[in-house]
Design a binder for this molecule. Structure first.
Ligand SMILES: [Fe+2]
Length: 421
């Protein structure tokens, strides 16, 4: 993120003395990417940012990965992972978990991990991800995220972008359905949207005004504060492990910062879809990119206006990608008859063509508008299933284009006849 911001108290010249009203020096920290060669910010702390008094193992939830083998398209019903009950007219999770430790791993490879969690209103522990940036899509709910840079508010439709190693915690104001996309790299707007100096260009579907960062510093007094750190551990599943660090003074002690590295939110309502006379390919829907993966969103829009256009997609073999669609709103035209619904994920792996259910093609002719919202992650390396992905699978999906599959008694155990066949 190359958009400069400055908040709170910073000295006029970097790397010079900066003191509080009583004359005590603030401690300057450079938080920067790619070894002093990319975006960075300078933060001014009241306490010493490296002063820890304890470090213990933090046991993560199950990070086991199971290969997609035999290769199949998959339908994962994420809403099954966190049962809800009705209380005073709203849905709340049966068991309250927080936005960090409650995550269940759905899909993962060595570049990105996708998980899912439905929170109650409990605050998460203080946390930072030292493996890469996080992009958390808010399917529903609202609240705030306190960070060392200041406070973000979040609402349904937001992507919450948290740079690597940013200490933060989630405080849901209500039950929140969250879809964390954790990178092993940085997550940023696609390079083709940016000028050579980093400004979002005119053809980009969003601009700097749409990115909501913290607006004032946020400081908390405290000592002996625990922070959960997710980091690389070579001998654990997925190379991912955790440490519980205890800080001598509260990590939220930054009185001012400036730079081009900070957390922000971006709401899908601020994404201006690009449409065409015939079907436009998914790259026009791209919102972010990380190393070896992209994030796209398919949003309510006018559709193709050629008189003979077919508004739903053609069948496609993305020979270099696994495609993960998370259906979050509206009425998904191309998937009518597949069992896909709000809260579903479809995984369409590289090496297998996919596209609409056949009946959806004719049904789409003459459509002028699609009322649909989906968040897509395309990865360039194959994705494994996490324990949450396996628990949420609809085994009939792979056969839904043909309308028949193996016998119910066969090795795959799927039913032989489908309601949409
Ligand atoms: Fe696709």
């Amino acid at each position: 993120m190359a958009y400069y911001r400055q908040l709170g108290s910073v000295p006029p010249k970097r790397h010079t003395q900066h003191r509080d009203p009583d004359g005590h020096l603030y401690y300057e920290e450079l938080m920067g990417e790619e070894g002093f060669s990319s975006d960075s910010s300078l933060l001014y702390h009241r306490g010493v940012p490296s002063a820890i008094i304890g470090a213990e193992v933090w046991e993560l939830t199950d990070q086991t990965r199971t290969p997609n083998h035999p290769l199949k398209p998959r339908h994962l019903r994420l809403h099954l992972l966190f049962p809800v009950v009705e209380e005073r007219g709203t849905s709340v999770p049966e068991a309250s978990v927080d936005a960090v430790t409650g995550r269940r791993l759905v899909l993962a490879n060595n570049d990105v991990r996708i998980s899912y969690v439905v929170t109650g209103t409990d605050a998460s522990p203080y946390y930072r991800n030292a493996i890469g940036d996080e992009c958390v899509y808010v399917e529903s709910g609202s609240g705030t995220v306190e960070t060392v840079f200041g406070v973000l508010s979040y609402r349904a439709g937001d992507y919450v972008l948290i740079p690597r190693a940013t200490t933060h915690r989630w405080l849901p104001g209500e039950a929140s359905r969250l879809y964390p996309i954790e990178a092993n790299s940085h997550i940023a707007p696609p390079k083709r949207y940016l000028s050579r100096y980093g400004q979002l260009l005119e053809h980009a579907p969003y601009c700097e005004r749409d990115l909501c960062g913290p607006t004032e510093p946020f400081t908390v007094e405290g000592t002996d504060v625990e922070v959960l750190v997710k980091h690389r551990v070579s001998n654990l599943p997925g190379g991912v492990g955790g440490t519980r660090m205890t800080y001598a003074t509260h990590p939220f002690d930054v009185v001012g910062w400036d730079g081009c590295l900070y957390p922000y939110t971006f709401n899908i309502e601020d994404y201006m879809p690009i449409t065409g006379k015939v079907h436009q390919p998914p790259p026009v829907h791209q919102v972010f990119e990380g190393h070896n993966f992209v994030v796209c969103n398919f949003l309510p829009r006018k559709v193709d206006y050629h008189p003979l256009s077919i508004p739903v997609p053609y069948y496609h073999s993305n020979v270099d990608s696994d495609e993960v669609m998370f259906y979050v709103g509206g009425d998904y035209e191309a998937r009518k008859g597949s069992g896909i619904n709000i809260g579903s994920i479809s995984l369409h792996p590289g090496g297998h063509a996919h596209g609409p259910q056949p009946s959806a093609i004719e049904a789409s002719l003459g459509a002028e508008y699609f009322e649909e919202s989906a968040v897509m992650v395309d990865t360039f390396a194959p994705l494994d299933l996490g324990e949450g992905g396996i628990a949420a699978e609809d085994p009939a999906y792979a056969w839904s284009w043909a309308g028949r599959g193996p016998d119910a008694d066969g090795p795959d155990g799927g039913p032989a006849v489908f309601s949409n066949s």
